[in-house]
Design a protein around this ligand. Sequence first.
Ligand code: GRF
Length: 207
Amino acid sequence: MRPKKRVAILISGRGSNMAALIEAASRPAFPGEVALVLSNRPDAGGLALAVASGIATAIISHKDFSTREGFEASVEAVLRSHAIDLVCLAGFMRVLTPQFVERWRGSMINIHPSLLPSFRGVHTHERALEAGVRVHGCTVHFVEPELDAGPIIAQACVPVRPADTAETLAARVLAEENTLYPRALQMVLDGSVRLENGRAVFRNDDD
Ligand code: GRF
């Protein structure tokens, strides 16, 4: 059996996607293991959950660095010291420099709470309601230097209901995120999808 790929999850908050990834990766047949959870915020709720799951954690507060590059050099060193193969951004609220993104190109994925390319950036649920869209959802994509713009690996959609508030819509989308992200991670780890010439290429590209 091939050795499992080593995955790091980068978080800034509550960590429901992180928890879903940890849960999926705990299955013996999953092609990767969560080797590290790294947070840029010492108070991120997800950290306690990671510790409870017996996963190595690291806190690198961006506030301890005067430059983005300094912060990222420290993140990079920790990723390397844990021999990380693949990085999952899961509610990680720091913009990464093109240099960092370039180093992890094809090996760094993100989940975004909208059907990209609609609603990049923040407050996606409010903006979806404002735009009056009838479907909304979430996207897992390879990370590119441009924010929320990388090639799409997988998407899931939900209906927008007339009585929705940003909160009810966010909850409906989050439930889909928590299912979609583990599936997308599995696809990247088992080679069902890879980044090639700036595009997501699927093994069965008749899909
Ligand atoms: C999710 O909605 C994710 O799509 C976005 O930030 C939120 C993080 O939630 N990038 P959680 O910390 O995974 O619960």
